[in-house]
Write a protein that binds this ligand. Structure first.
Ligand SMILES: Cc1cc2nc3c(=O)[nH]c(=O)nc-3n(C[C@H](O)[C@H](O)[C@H](O)COP(=O)(O)OP(=O)(O)OC[C@H]3O[C@@H](n4cnc5c(N)ncnc54)[C@H](O)[C@@H]3O)c2cc1C
Length: 351
């Protein structure tokens, strides 16, 4: 277990932003994770859990308390059951399970960060979400002071949300378990139109697993959604805003705003999101409000490859990033009456 004091957190985040932590502990076993959490809780000092730092916006002042970097390892396949230690690198776990011929997470290739963080916001991309294959989460419960096993249902997953987000300071994920499927080398049915097109299959059909993983990686790379230290378009947290979900009245009002602003024949993107609810596209809203790819002249700008990613061009501060985020939120609200919500977790700052 490594312990540093007044340690910079920026290098631990994909934004490369954020001031120092009073104490930075790196834990490589579950026991070290639990010990560090118990110590911080006993002292009454704030605790910040860090996996790959790919969904974190840490304030320039840093974090007064214990930052715990979870660097545990463990990849265990038993038939089609996969157990990952929280610190396992997600992209590598996807590559290994795909190479083992197992389907269920191949479309989640290229998502940065740790396995332990995947249940937090129910990571998803290209038609898959971890919630559809996750069976159990082994976690340390800071309220009950013991290790607990939560079923998928107990994790209360929804779009980019879970019980862990609803109760942010309660559970420390130690291990995540998945039920993958052996489809004879084929993927799960391809649900996302863009992926199906790129693979040359109809939506709902399967394709060879490795081809699906590579296709997703290629599509993602074209949008700056695969980490590349030399490409500032990837110095981000991926999507900075979630896609808004509107009720019937909200969607009708939104359509009227779109017609007023862009013409009566412009239909906004609309996807069913449960009874009476419609999901629209945050990227579309941002673009149509005038924040196009590459927008900005300062050290924080919209990615040149994707309107939904806010990026650090190298010399940004967290305040620069937040100023840009607020400008986008205000612009979209003024244009369409919708208030975008940030997807990454903010630490010591707010939008
Ligand atoms: C280029 C890029 C592309 C992305 N694409 C996608 C995408 O397609 N889909 C998607 O869903 N996300 C995407 N993301 C966001 C991000 O990769 C995911 O949310 C990822 O799961 C975060 O993992 P992490 O280990 O980096 O978490 P961190 O950023 O380290 O932490 C995120 C949150 O989880 C908490 N946390 C971390 N580990 C644990 C643990 N073991 N127990 C309890 N809490 C914990 C942290 O305290 C924090 O609140 C992208 C990010 C980037 C930079």
């Amino acid at each position: 277990m490594q312990e540093l004091h007044d340690a910079p957190l920026a290098p631990l985040t994909t934004f490369r932003l954020g001031g120092p932590a009073t104490r930075l502990v790196t834990a490589t076993t579950d026991a070290e994770v639990v010990e560090t959490v118990q110590r911080a809780d006993a002292e009454g000092t704030p605790l910040l859990l860090i996996g790959g730092g790919s969904n974190l916006v840490i304030g320039d002042k840093g974090f007064e308390g214990t930052a715990l970097r979870i660097a545990t390892t463990g990849f265990a396949l038993d038939g089609t059951a996969l157990e990952l230690a929280a610190g396992e690198v997600w992209t590598e776990a996807v590559a290994r399970s795909t190479a083992a011929g197992l389907a269920g997470i191949e479309c989640l290739a290229g998502i940065p960060g740790s396995a332990g963080a995947t249940p937090i916001q129910n990571v998803g991309a290209y038609g898959q979400e971890v919630s559809s294959v996750l069976t159990e989460v082994l976690a340390y419960d800071r309220r009950e002071h013991r290790t607990v096993t939560l079923s998928g249902a107990e994790c209360a997953f929804s779009y980019r949300h879970s019980r862990f987000k609803a109760e942010p300071d309660r559970h420390v994920v130690l291990r995540v378990r998945f039920a993958l499927a052996d489809e004879g080398g084929l993927s799960a049915p391809i649900r996302y139109a863009e992926t199906a097109r790129a693979l040359g299959v109809a939506a709902g059909e399967r394709a060879p697993l490795e081809q699906v993983r590579e296709t997703v990686l290629r599509l993602r790379a074209g949008k700056g959604m695969v980490l590349d230290p030399d490409d500032h378009d990837t110095w981000s947290a991926g999507s900075f805003f979630t896609n808004p979900i509107l009720d019937e009245a909200g969607f009708a009002a939104f359509r009227r705003r779109v017609a007023d602003r862009l013409g009566a024949d412009t239909e906004p993107p609309a996807y069913p999101a449960g009874e009476g609810r419609t999901k629209t596209s945050a990227a579309w809203l941002i673009d149509k409000a005038g924040f196009t790819k590459g927008y900005g002249s300062g050290p924080a700008r919209i990615s040149g490859k994707h309107t939904l990613a806010l990026t650090n061009r190298g010399a940004a501060t967290t305040e620069d990033l937040l100023a840009l985020a607020r400008e986008v939120v205000t612009g979209v609200r003024e244009a369409f009456g919708i208030t975008l919500v940030n997807e990454p977790v903010t630490v010591g700052v707010e939008l």
